[in-house]
Design a protein around this ligand. Sequence first.
Ligand SMILES: Nc1nc2c(c(=O)[nH]1)N(C=O)[C@@H](CNc1ccc(C(=O)N[C@@H](CCC(=O)O)C(=O)O)cc1)CN2
Ligand SMILES: Nc1nc2c(ncn2[C@@H]2O[C@H](COP(=O)(O)OP(=O)(O)OP(=O)(O)O)[C@@H](O)[C@H]2O)c(=O)[nH]1
Ligand SMILES: [Mg+2]
Length: 441
Amino acid sequence: MISAQSIVALSSGRLPAGIAVIRISGPRSRFAIETIAGGMVKDRVATLRKFRATEGSVIDNGLVLFFPGPGSFTGEDVAEFHVHGGRAVSMKMLETIAGFDGVRHAEPGEFTRRAFLNGKLDLVETEALADLVNAETEAQRRFAVQNAEGAQSALYSSWRRRLIHARAMIEAEIDFADEDDVPGSVSDAVWSDVRAMIGEIGHHIDGFHAAEIIRDGYEVVILGAPNAGKSSLFNALARREAAIVTDEPGTTRDLLEVVLDLKGMRVRITDTAGLRAAPGKVEAIGIEKARAKARGADLLLLLEDMVDPVDAGLVPSDAQILKIGTKADLVGGQQLAGGPKDYDAVISTRDGTGLTDLLDDVARRAAAEIGRAGDILPSRLRHVELLDETKGFLTSALSGHGQELRAEELRLAADRLGRIVGAVDVEDLLDVIFSQFCIGK
Ligand SMILES: Nc1nc2c(c(=O)[nH]1)N(C=O)[C@@H](CNc1ccc(C(=O)N[C@@H](CCC(=O)O)C(=O)O)cc1)CN2
Ligand SMILES: Nc1nc2c(ncn2[C@@H]2O[C@H](COP(=O)(O)OP(=O)(O)OP(=O)(O)O)[C@@H](O)[C@H]2O)c(=O)[nH]1
Ligand SMILES: [Mg+2]
């Protein structure tokens, strides 16, 4: 598909910058180079040229590249002008190119949309490209680049191929039911492969929580009785005075959150109101919020003042729990070693005791949840929903009666996988997916 309209945008970031890249895709790319750079350049080779405005004045000295379609990012002819990254320079270039007949400013994600429509990327790779551009942590980048390169798509495509093969076998059996040369063991093999796929898809779906942790962060909630030292730990982890600390019990009422990059992983830490019976009105609301937050957490840090231990009570949650003794600086060494309480960690925000070990422990637990680098995980709820439907059709195909019906269910299952990668009927999804991009991508 070659669009009649060419599109232009600033494809590099915020101005001013050292260099800015102005990119045009579509049939007017060639004309833009001829007009602005005074003549065509060699394909795919950076060439230094003077760039001139329509009336002939010099805009800048810069590098220009031409990528002939279909061998380009978008699949169309593409030109790039690399200019000095000033605001006025970039605006003059954009204005000049958008002033040509048949050229308009690109919408967000429109270059990538053309790449998708021209078959350069599938839908999952497109989503991964959006993730790559938005990646802030090393774990997010690793995950996104692997999927942008097609790892996730390859998995779905291989399942889809297996299903198409399975269905062909079952339909052949229907067609040749009366003949002797289609052995029954063929259909046994097919259904045992379908059973295996149900297991593989189920296992893959289970990985979604790991993908959510990579994207949204590993959720750590600090809990404990009033004055246990929660906000002091929170501030130490945030490396700033993010929360108010006083010696008055009941200082913190609202949830406070910081996001850390811990060894390349996104980790969200929440400070909460001290848990106690018979609190004041505002505090009671804070305590309810703390309990609700704890329910959705991955890890609870349950703090207790070792000088004045108060049982904060149990909080229902599936999260892992680390019991932490605080204010170690106030407690003698022997007391700690032989004390009645068992703590997973002992810290002091006063003298820094145990903080590095605690962070290491949190990072280890987050890494264990994320799984091994290279694991292929579903990266969108959209994928999980379609995978669930796929699994549902496979399950009823497996236990169903009548070869025709069962073959039809295999078809429906393969169709759902096709929807994930965009091989079938996805027009309705495109606007949602491309709205995740910035202009120029
Ligand atoms: N200057 C610049 N840097 C960039 C991009 C770009 O468009 N321009 N990219 C944009 O996102 C990324 C690189 N991605 C690209 C992907 C495909 C093709 C391309 O021309 N593909 C052809 C031929 C491939 C080949 O020669 O092996 C093709 O797919 O047919 C170019 C860039 C990151 N860096
Ligand atoms: N000596 C010592 N004092 C600490 C330490 N951590 C906190 N404190 C003190 O303990 C008191 C309570 O600390 P906070 O961090 O506000 O306690 P909190 O758990 O957030 O309390 P609430 O918000 O009221 O629930 C303050 O006076 C802190 O200075 C520590 O490691 N050593
Ligand atoms: Mg507090």
